[in-house]
Design a protein around this ligand. Structure first.
Ligand SMILES: [Zn+2]
Length: 330
């Protein structure tokens, strides 16, 4: 029986269902079934480890399977409050969740520091404040989406699909967070090209986000399409990169010598991250030995944080270079 709605599930993602004879009333938020009482119960002192069974790979439902070389430590079909509490327990998603919660906190602190200390110290402009803040907010959003996915993937099959699409959207937004300062600082003194590339990147990401709404987007059959889409998005940066080297006088230019190695290292980090993601090494070589710490997905997470941080520092170095040399005013 349909009950009273606080908000429509599709538009506001919040729905309060009337209790049936046997069920507690639940809110539906982003495909998570949240019993009303859980809002008050989430920080309860109930013991967690006693009632959080960790399962073997062959005991979990098909929608949670995907990496047979991680063999133990799985949570499965947990109600909302146990998903939340499991963040504080030791299972095979703990490092995945906390690596990106830490990343979110790190980029939040950097956002405050840059706006209050770093940018004013170097005499940056309003646009520097806007661009750096936007980029760091994109990184934080990406980290939160990922931590949310790894927390709630074990709730239900429907929730796992919804949160996978949220995670993938977070990756797209994280990539936008790389392009915005990259293009802004690379073409700092060439505002026409800066605007051309920013518009191009915006159109590309608009197309990707539209593509993500396809009902077949999350299917296994479209795995390689998804993969090539993200590789294409990340690889597109080579075009403005080469153009930037050309516009700045080639490999002999001091500006190119400072910044090009940073771009190359950024792509190198991206390649290493993808190699971990695709090969599922080292757990493929030593099944069951990296279930809790050291498996490929954790390396992927950590390298993504390092790459975002590296890119942020590269942008900062360029800002300092421009403001110190006053290059744009020569
Ligand atoms: Zn992940």
């Amino acid at each position: 029986m349909e009950g009273f709605n606080a908000m429509d599930a599709e538009s506001g993602h919040l729905k309060l269902r009337q209790p049936s004879t046997f069920q507690k009333p639940v809110y539906e938020v982003m495909d998570l079934q949240i019993p009303v009482a859980d809002f008050h119960d989430m920080c309860g002192s109930e013991g967690l480890d006693d009632d959080l069974p960790l399962l073997h790979y062959h005991e979990i439902p098909a929608f949670l399977q995907g990496n047979p070389w991680v063999q133990t430590g799985y949570r499965s079909m947990l109600p909302f409050n146990k998903c939340c509490r499991s963040v504080l327990s030791w299972n095979n998603e703990t490092v995945n969740i906390w690596s990106h919660l830490f990343g979110c906190f790190l980029f939040f602190v950097l956002m405050l520091y840059d706006n209050l200390v770093m940018i004013p110290a170097y005499g940056g402009s309003v646009s520097d404040h806007i661009i750096i803040t936007l980029a760091l907010m994109c990184f934080q959003f990406c980290m939160l989406c990922s931590a949310g996915y790894h927390t709630f993937v074990c709730h239900s099959e429907r929730a796992s699909k919804r949160w996978l699409s949220i995670d993938l959207t977070g990756i797209s937004i994280g990539l936008i967070g790389c392009y915005i300062p990259g293009v802004h600082y690379a073409f700092y003194c060439l505002s026409l090209w800066r605007d051309v590339y920013l518009v191009t990147v915006a159109l590309l990401f608009g197309a990707v986000l539209t593509f993500q709404t396809s009902p077949r987007y999350l299917t296994a059959a479209w795995f390689y399409r998804r993969l090539f889409l993200y590789l294409g998005l990340a690889g597109y940066g080579v075009i403005p990169g080469i153009h930037w080297v050309y516009l700045n006088g080639g490999f002999g230019s001091p500006l190119v010598n400072i910044f090009l190695p940073k771009l190359v290292i950024m792509y190198f980090l991206g390649v290493i991250a993808f190699v971990f993601y695709l090969t599922k090494c080292p757990e493929r070589l030593f099944p069951g030995k990296f279930d809790y710490v050291g498996c490929s997905h954790q390396w992927w997470h950590i390298i993504v944080v390092v790459a975002f941080l590296w890119w942020h520092e590269a942008g900062k170095d360029l800002l300092i270079f421009y403001t110190k040399t006053k290059m744009c005013y020569l």
